[in-house]
Design a binder for this molecule. Structure first.
Ligand code: AMP
Length: 429
C-alpha cells in the first residue's frame, strides 16, 4: 500500500517524498482513510509510530480541498500536552503543508505571547497549542476557536495525567458543535474512554500497536545496582560504551539537575529538561541534544513526553517510573520509525516493586545484568519509594498555570454549554 493509493493530493505526496517516506506506517494506513471521510477517530498509537502524519496529512487534504474566505479563521486545532510536543507537531504541519496554501502556527506558555499574537492576527488555518496558553489568549480575546472544523487531541492520556481535563472541557465549549474530532492516546484507561465518549461522535477505532507493548526493535536491559552507585555506573556505561546520544530519565526535577551537574563534572556534555526550566532553556537543551553538541539530555517524564528525536540510540532510566505506563513511553523515545534502540534501567532495591509492575504490564521479563564494582546493596530495603515523597503531583503544573492566569475563572460565560452536550450527530460535512 502506498501513499498514492490512500488518495492524498499531489502537493501532499510531494511533501511526503521530500521527507523521505516511502510507505505509510500502520497507523497512517488505518487512520488516513476514515479521517479523509470526515469520520471521528479514536486512535491508539504510541509515539514513534508516525501518528502525527496520520492525522496531519488527511487534515491538510480536507482544508486545502475546502478553502475558506480570505480572512482566515482557525479551522483546525491540535491540542498537545507539552510545549515540546506542540513545537514538534507544528514542524510536521509546516513540512507537510509546504506545497499548500495553508497557514499554521504554534502557541505555548513560558514564552512571550506577543509574537504568537502577531502571527494569529495575520490569519492561521491550523493552530497547534497547549491548553494553558490557548485559554490565556482566548481570555484576552486574542484568538477565537469558534470556527474550528477539526479538533485533534494528541496524547490524550498524558493530558489527563497532567490534570488538563477541566481545560479540555473549557476548550470544547469554545468550539462549534459541528466539527470532526480525532483523539490519539497511547493507552486506554477508563478515564480516557470516558473522555472519548464526551468528545467523539460514533468514532472509528484504529489501533497501530497492541496496548502497552514495547516496540520490538528496542533491546531492554536492567542493571541491578546500589542506589548510591547509580551515578558512577551511568557515567561508566556512557563512557565505556562510547554512547553519543543518551536520553536519561529522572523522576524528579531536582534529581535531573543533580545528575546533569555530575555528568558535566565527569566531562560529559549534558543538559537538563524539566518543568522548572524556562522555555528558552528547554528549547536550547533540546536543540543541542538533537544537533549532537549535547551528549546527554536528562529529563523528567512530563518534559520528555512526545519528543521526537530521530534515531535516538540510547534511553536510560536512571530511576524507574512509579507509573508503569511511563516506562513504555520513555523507552518509546528509542527504536523509532524502525530504527534499533537500546533501553537500560538502573534499578536499586527500593525499585523492585516498580520493576515487577513494569514486567507485568509489558508481559515480559527484562534481562538483568550486574556490573562488577557496582553490585546491588544486599542490605538495602526493598520498600518502594513513595511517590508523594519525592515527586511533584502530576496535576500541580496545570494548577500553577491556572493560578498564573489573570482571568481566574476561565470558564467565564461558557458554562451554558455542558461538555456532555458535546455529543452531536452532525459532523463537519
Ligand atoms: P510520530 O509518531 O508522529 O512522532 O513520528 C515518528 C517519526 O516517524 C517521525 O520522525 C516522523 O518523521 C517519522 N515518520 C512518520 N511517518 C513515516 C513514514 N511513513 N515513513 C518513515 N518515517 C515516518
Amino acid at each position: 500500500m502506498s501513499f498514492q493509493s490512500l488518495g492524498l493530493s499531489d502537493a501532499l505526496l510531494k511533501a511526503i517524498s521530500k521527507k523521505g517516506y516511502t510507505t505509510p506506517s500502520p497507523i497512517q494506513l488505518k487512520a488516513i482513510p476514515p479521517v479523509l471521510e470526515g469520520r471521528d477517530v479514536l486512535a491508539s498509537a504510541q509515539t514513534g509510530t508516525g501518528k502525527t502524519a496520520g492525522f496531519t496529512l488527511p487534515l491538510l487534504q480536507y482544508l486545502s480541498e475546502n478553502p475558506k474566505e480570505k480572512f482566515r479563521p482557525i479551522r483546525a486545532l491540535i491540542l498537545t500536552p507539552t510545549r515540546e510536543l506542540a513545537a514538534q507537531v507544528y514542524e510536521s504541519v509546516k513540512d507537510y503543508s509546504e506545497f499548500l496554501n495553508i497557514k499554521s502556527a504554534v502557541i505555548f506558555g513560558g514564552v512571550n505571547q506577543k509574537p504568537q499574537v502577531a502571527t494569529l492576527r495575520r490569519g492561521v488555518d491550523v493552530l497547534v497549542a497547549t491548553p494553558g496558553r490557548l485559554l490565556d489568549l482566548q481570555n484576552q480575546n486574542l484568538l477565537s476557536i469558534k470556527r474550528v472544523e477539526v479538533f485533534i487531541l494528541d496524547e490524550a492520556d498524558r493530558m489527563l495525567d497532567m490534570g488538563f481535563l477541566r481545560d479540555i472541557e473549557r476548550i470544547m465549549n469554545l468550539m462549534p458543535d459541528k466539527r470532526q474530532n480525532l483523539m490519539f492516546s497511547a493507552t486506554f484507561s477508563k478515564d480516557i474512554r470516558k473522555l472519548a465518549n464526551t468528545i467523539l461522535n460514533n468514532p472509528v477505532q484504529v489501533e497501530a500497536t497492541p496496548e502497552n507493548s514495547t516496540v520490538d526493535a528496542i533491546s531492554q536491559k536492567v542493571y541491578r545496582v546500589a542506589k548510591g552507585k547509580k551515578t558512577d555506573l551511568i557515567i561508566k556505561l556512557i563512557s565505556d560504551g562510547n554512547w553519543k546520544q543518551v536520553l536519561v530519565f529522572n523522576r524528579t526535577k531536582h534529581g535531573a539537575n543533580k545528575l546533569c551537574k555530575k555528568m558535566v563534572s565527569a566531562g560529559i556534555s549534558a543538559a537538563a529538561i524539566h518543568g522548572n526550566k524556562s522555555q528558552g532553556a528547554r528549547t536550547k537543551a533540546l536543540a543541542g541534544f538533537k544537533s549532537g553538541s549535547v551528549r546527554v539530555l536528562v529529563a523528567t517524564d512530563i518534559a520528555a513526553r512526545g519528543l521526537d528525536i530521530p534515531l535516538l540510540p540510547h534511553v536510560v532510566n536512571f530511576e524507574l517510573p512509579n507509573i508503569s505506563e511511563d516506562y513504555v513511553h520513555r523507552i518509546g523515545r528509542t527504536g523509532r520509525a524502525g530504527a534499533d534502540g537500546q533501553a537500560v534501567s538502573l534499578v536499586s532495591a527500593d525499585e523492585t516493586t516498580f520493576l515487577r509492575d513494569i514486567e507485568k504490564l509489558i508481559g515480559q521479563k527484562i534481562e538483568v545484568e550486574i556490573v562488577e564494582g557496582f553490585e546491588p546493596d544486599p542490605n538495602a530495603s526493598t520498600e518502594p519509594i513513595r511517590p508523594g515523597q519525592n515527586r511533584q503531583p502530576r496535576n500541580s503544573r496545570s494548577r500553577s498555570r491556572n493560578s498564573n492566569n489573570s482571568g481566574g475563572n476561565r470558564s467565564g460565560g461558557n458554562n451554558d454549554k455542558s461538555s456532555n452536550s458535546r455529543r452531536r450527530n452532525d459532523r463537519r460535512r
